[in-house]
Design a protein around this ligand. Structure first.
Ligand code: ARG
Length: 464
C-alpha cells in the first residue's frame, strides 16, 4: 500500500498495546469497497444527528457543525478529493475522522448513541433500497421493450417446442410475452423484498440498544423507512434482506439466461429465426464470416456469478451466533457485484430487445416441419365425437404414415386421412393450417393473435 495509507488513526486504538501488521490491516479493512456506501452513510449520520439535536442529546451548534462538515465531505467525495485511508478501516471511520478534522468536537459527538454495527446495517439497507428502485425501473423499461417486440409479432408464427422438438405452432409475440410474465414476477419479488429491507436498524447501537433517550421512529421517518427493526440483536446481525435481494436477483438472471439461450439458438445460422443488431455482437479474430451473439452469451455466463453471490451470502450468514460478527463485512462485495451485474444486464437487454430482427419465413418453414398441427387434428376428431385417447391414436398412426412418406399431415389426401378415422371431412384442412391452429387457441393465456394483443394491452396498462 502507498504512503497515503500510513496515517495512524484507529478509532479504537487506545486499548491496544501493539499495532496490527500491514497485512492484517489490509485483511480487516473494507474501505476500498465500502466507500461506495458513502452517500448512504452521510444520509444516515445526518438523520441521526438531527434526532440527537431534537432530543437535546447534542446541542444545536453541534448539529449545525455536523451538517456543514458533512456537506463539505460530500463535495470532497463527489469531486474525488476525499482522501480514503486504509488505517481508518472503513467508510464510517474515514468519514467520521474527516468530520472531526473539519468541525472538531461536534464530529466526535456524532457517534453518541450508535455503533458502527447499526450504522453499517442502516447503510446497506439504504443501498439495497435504492438499488431495488433502480432495478424496478429497469425491469419496467425492459418489459416495455419486450412488449413492443411482441406487438410487432402478435401474429408471426413460429414452432413452439417441448423437449426441443417441434410441438405446436405458436406466435412469436406469445413467446416473448412469456418472458414479460417472468420479468413481471421478478419485479413483484423485488417490490416485496423492499418491504422487509425498508426497516431502520439504527438505535440498536452495538447490539443491546443505547442508554440515551433516542427517538428511533423519528430517524426512520427522516430516512423514509416504514418502521424500525424491533429487536436490537436482530437489527445488527441479520442480513436476510440482502440474501432475499440476491435471491430475487438470481431469479432475474436465471430468466435472462433462459432468454439468452434462446436468442443464441435462434440466431444460429442453422435455425436463423432472428438476427441481433451488430452492436450487441462481435466477430472472430480468425474466422472472418463470424458474427457471435456475445451479449446473450455473456449474460448467460454472468448468471453464474449472481447465483454464486446468493450462495456466498447464505453461507456467510449460516452458523453466525448473535449478534454482529465481522463476517458480515463480507456481505458487501457480493451485493455490489450483484447490483452492478443486474443493472448493466437489464440496461443492455432493454436496448437489445429493440435490436432484434425477426425472420418470419424461417420461423414458418420450421413450424411446417415436425407435424405441429397433429394435436389440432386430434382435437378436431374429439369435436366430432371421438374420445380423446382414440383420437390421439388415430392421429399417431396418420403421423407415422406421413413420416414413412416424407410428407406433412396437410399434404395427405382427404381419402387417406379418412382411413384413420371416418369422421374426417373436408373441413379438416382448416385445422391443419398454422394460422387455424394458433387462432383456435383463443382464451386467456392462449397463443391466438387476438389473445396476444389483449395480453399486451393488459401489460401496458400495468406498466403505465
Ligand atoms: N466495516 C464493518 C462492516 O462492514 C463495519 C462494522 C464494524 N463493526 C465492528 N464491530 N467492527 O461490517
Amino acid at each position: 500500500m502507498t504512503s497515503q495509507f500510513s496515517k495512524k488513526a484507529e478509532a479504537w486504538s487506545a486499548r491496544f498495546s501493539e499495532p496490527v501488521s500491514d497485512l492484517v490491516k489490509r485483511y480487516t479493512a473494507s474501505v476500498f469497497f465500502d466507500k461506495r456506501l458513502a452517500s448512504f452513510d452521510i444520509q444516515g449520520s445526518l438523520a441521526h444527528a438531527e434526532m440527537l439535536a431534537f432530543k437535546e442529546i447534542i446541542n444545536a451548534q453541534d448539529h449545525a457543525d455536523i451538517v456543514r462538515g458533512m456537506a463539505q465531505i460530500s463535495a470532497e467525495i463527489d469531486s474525488g478529493k476525499f482522501e480514503w485511508l486504509l488505517d481508518l478501516e472503513d467508510v464510517h471511520l474515514n468519514i467520521e475522522k474527516r468530520l472531526t478534522e473539519l468541525v472538531g468536537d461536534a464530529g466526535k459527538r456524532l457517534h453518541t448513541g450508535r455503533s458502527r454495527n447499526d450504522q453499517v446495517a442502516t447503510d446497506i439497507r439504504l443501498y439495497v433500497r435504492s438499488s431495488i428502485d433502480i432495478i424496478l425501473d429497469l425491469l419496467n423499461g425492459f418489459r416495455s421493450a419486450l412488449v413492443d417486440l411482441a406487438e410487432q409479432h402478435s401474429a408471426t408464427i413460429m414452432p413452439g417446442f417441448t423437449h426441443m422438438q417441434v410441438a405446436q405452432p405458436i406466435t412469436f409475440g406469445h413467446h416473448i410475452l412469456a418472458y414479460v410474465e417472468m420479468f413481471g414476477r421478478d419485479a413483484e419479488r423485488m417490490a416485496d423484498c423492499r418491504k422487509r429491507v425498508n426497516r431502520l436498524p439504527l438505535g440498536a447501537a452495538a447490539l443491546a440498544g443505547t442508554t440515551f433517550p433516542i427517538d428511533r421512529l423519528r430517524v426512520a421517518k427522516t430516512l423514509g423507512f416504514d418502521d424500525v427493526c424491533h429487536n436490537s440483536l436482530d437489527a445488527v446481525s441479520d442480513r436476510d434482506f440482502a440474501i432475499e435481494f440476491c435471491a430475487a436477483a438470481a431469479l432475474i438472471m436465471t430468466h435472462v439466461s433462459r432468454m439468452s439461450e434462446e436468442l443464441v439458438i435462434w440466431m444460429s445460422p442453422r435455425i436463423g429465426f432472428i438476427d441481433i443488431a451488430d452492436r450487441f455482437c462481435t466477430g472472430s479474430s480468425i474466422m472472418p464470416q463470424k458474427k457471435n451473439p456475445d451479449v446473450p452469451e455473456l449474460a448467460r455466463g454472468k448468471t453464474g456469478r449472481v447465483n454464486g453471490h446468493l450462495i456466498a451470502l447464505l453461507t456467510l450468514m449460516k452458523g453466525q451466533p448473535l449478534a454482529y460478527n465481522k463476517d458480515n463485512q463480507e456481505d458487501k462485495e457480493p451485493l455490489f457485484d450483484t447490483v452492478d451485474t443486474i443493472t448493466d444486464t437489464l440496461r443492455i437487454f432493454a436496448d437489445m430487445a429493440g435490436g432484434i430482427t425477426v425472420k418470419p419465413e424461417a420461423m414458418r418453414a420450421a413450424a411446417l416441419q415436425g407435424y405441429a398441427t397433429a394435436t389440432d387434428l386430434a382435437d378436431y376428431l374429439v369435436k366430432k365425437g371421438l374420445p380423446f385417447r382414440d383420437a390421439h391414436e388415430a392421429v399417431a398412426l396418420a403421423v407415422r404414415t406421413c413420416v414413412d412418406r416424407g410428407c406433412d399431415l396437410s399434404d395427405m389426401h382427404l381419402e387417406d386421412l379418412q382411413k384413420f378415422s371416418p369422421l374426417v371431412a373436408d373441413d379438416v384442412f382448416d385445422v391443419l393450417t398454422l394460422e387455424g391452429s394458433v387462432a383456435a387457441r383463443n382464451h386467456i393465456g392462449g397463443t391466438a393473435p387476438e389473445q396476444v394483443r389483449l395480453a399486451i394491452a393488459r401489460v401496458r396498462q400495468s406498466l403505465s
